[in-house]
Design a protein around this ligand. Structure first.
Ligand code: FEO
Length: 168
């Protein structure tokens, strides 16, 4: 049985993951509107990955006989300055999510909730991957500068690269 505190924090995390889904879809729409179809499709897949993260928490709460309480999702940012701005925002957002996952873990330790600690291990590892991926893309965006051919190649590469969804 989940403690009230743990249940409430897990329901809050569903909201965080669904907001991530919404934010990355908004980023994807910006890329589509700015002739970056590869980045648009990459971010749409990232958005779908976030939905899967939300559902992992959702299903875990049900497995522990907890009550799902869906919370209001904020409006995501819809204007960005450039593709570099998009990925810098994505990294900042992932760092914030890493913080929320770590807080959940700290709470599960405090509550002596061993099952939740095991469940959260996957997310702790996933956040390392997510932050690394965003940092790598930012580096590549910075190298591009005003080079249109290099931008075309990066856009094409991201479009053909499905994010790692094997464990979702
Ligand atoms: Fe669900 Fe990208 O963290």
């Amino acid at each position: 049985m989940l403690s009230d505190k743990m249940l409430s924090a897990l329901n809050e995390q569903i909201k965080e993951e669904l907001f991530s889904e919404y934010l990355y879809l908004s980023m994807s729409a910006w890329c589509d509107a700015n002739d970056l179809p590869g980045m648009a499709s990459f971010l749409k897949l990232k958005s779908e990955e976030e939905r899967a993260h939300a559902m992992k928490f959702y299903n875990y709460i049900l497995d522990r006989d907890g009550k799902i309480t869906l919370l209001a999702i904020d409006k995501p940012q819809s204007e960005f300055n450039s593709f570099l701005d998009i990925f810098e925002n994505q990294l900042k957002h992932e760092q914030k999510i890493t913080g929320t996952i770590h807080k959940l873990y700290a709470l599960s330790v405090e509550e002596k909730d061993y099952a939740t600690q095991v469940m959260l291990q996957w997310f702790i590892e996933e956040q390392v991957e997510e932050e690394k991926e965003a940092k790598d893309i930012i580096q590549q965006c910075k190298k591009i500068g005003d080079n249109e051919s290099a931008l075309f190649l990066l856009d094409d590469r991201l479009g053909s690269q499905a994010p790692n969804t094997e464990e979702n």
